[in-house]
Design a protein around this ligand. Structure first.
Ligand code: C2E
Ligand code: MG
Ligand code: MG
Ligand code: MG
Length: 288
């Protein structure tokens, strides 16, 4: 009996697994088609200088407008893209879109683009970035590439080599989700990052957990000592803004500054003189 019911359970899980494999395969097929059909969109989230609340740049965040499933967030399809050889095409498209959009802004604000570990290990990445900069006409100093420390793991030497070649182009490199990986400090030691982004899991606990507050303060101190500007991600409250400003955090990003929005919703921030406009038109955005 036990054996029989065991087999039933097995069959049940087998079916579940087959379903989820089929589901992922369908998603990969849809994504391949979707990239070709122009279903990807890039939304932009503002970053503000902590000292005066001035918007100084945007992060490009990809979304997928699926014809039947609606808007799909990146964490639900980036892995699918990575596992199915689609991340190159996807990343290439996001980079081109973001650089072309930013090049059209009147204000020379910075544009940050996320890179997948797979892209970072591609020996053709620096020449791709170089070509996109030339095609878009975007000044290299306005482009910032965000990588997570886990991105360096696979082939450390090759990844570092790519980062050096990218920096030689005049592009800036930011360490994303700082503090969530296994070797944040040794990564910082190995490479001169231009920016550190403290992960939102720490920022959201400022004043809620003593330890998180201490960690955020320590990372800000580390950034000051290394002379690397620190950005706080996931800033949602006035209290967090005041704390981070008081601790001389360089830049703030999060719903309290502005939510990610389509490019045509950004005009108040991206045209000349926009800083004098009182009410930017992006979601819940406002000056801090
Ligand atoms: P990330 O690079 O750390 O981006 C920040 C994420 O935090 C975004 O989620 C953003 O919408 C969200 N966020 C911003 N402010 C707040 C806040 O105040 N509270 C909370 N709870 N969340 C906030 P999103 O857009 O869903 O992207 C998730 C991740 O997907 C990104 O994390 C990035 O790792 C990845 N990603 C996004 N676009 C791309 C891309 O074009 N290429 C690659 N390789 N990865 C991407
Ligand atoms: Mg990022
Ligand atoms: Mg992040
Ligand atoms: Mg993240």
């Amino acid at each position: 009996r036990a054996k029989e019911s065991g087999r039933g359970v097995y069959r049940f899980f087998k079916r579940e697994m087959d379903d989820s494999i089929r589901e992922r395969r369908n998603l990969a097929r849809d994504l391949r088609q979707g990239i070709a059909d122009g279903e990807l969109v890039v939304h932009y989230q503002p970053l503000a200088r902590a000292a005066d609340g001035e918007v100084c740049g945007f992060e490009a965040l990809v979304r997928w407008k699926h014809p039947t499933r609606g808007m799909i967030p990146p964490l639900d399809f980036i892995t699918v893209a990575e596992e199915n050889g689609l991340i190159g095409a996807l990343g290439d498209w996001v980079l081109r879109r973001a650089c072309a959009d930013a090049a059209a802004w009147e204000k020379p604000l910075r544009i940050a683009v996320n890179l997948s570990p797979i892209q970072l290990h591609d020996p053709d990445l620096p020449s791709l970035v170089h070509e996109v900069l030339i095609t878009s006409g975007l000044s290299p100093s306005r482009l910032e590439l965000e990588i997570t420390e886990s991105a360096l793991f696979k082939d450390y030497q090759r990844a570092l080599d790519n980062l050096r070649r990218l920096k030689a182009l005049g592009v800036r490199i930011a360490m994303d989700d700082f503090g969530t990986g296994f070797s944040s400090l040794s990564t910082l030691q190995s490479f001169p990052f231009d920016k550190i982004k403290i992960d939102k899991s720490f920022v959201e606990n400022i004043h809620r957990h003593d330890r998180a507050t201490v960690i955020v303060r320590a990372v800000l101190g580390l950034g000051r000592s290394l002379e690397i500007p620190v950005v706080a991600e996931g800033v949602e409250t006035e209290e967090q803004i005041l704390f981070l400003r008081g601790e001389q955090c360089a830049e703030l990003q999060g719903y309290a500054i502005g939510r990610p929005a389509p490019v045509d919703a950004l005009t108040a921030w991206t045209v000349a003189g926009a800083s004098t406009i009182a009410e930017p038109d992006v979601g819940s955005a406002r000056k801090v």
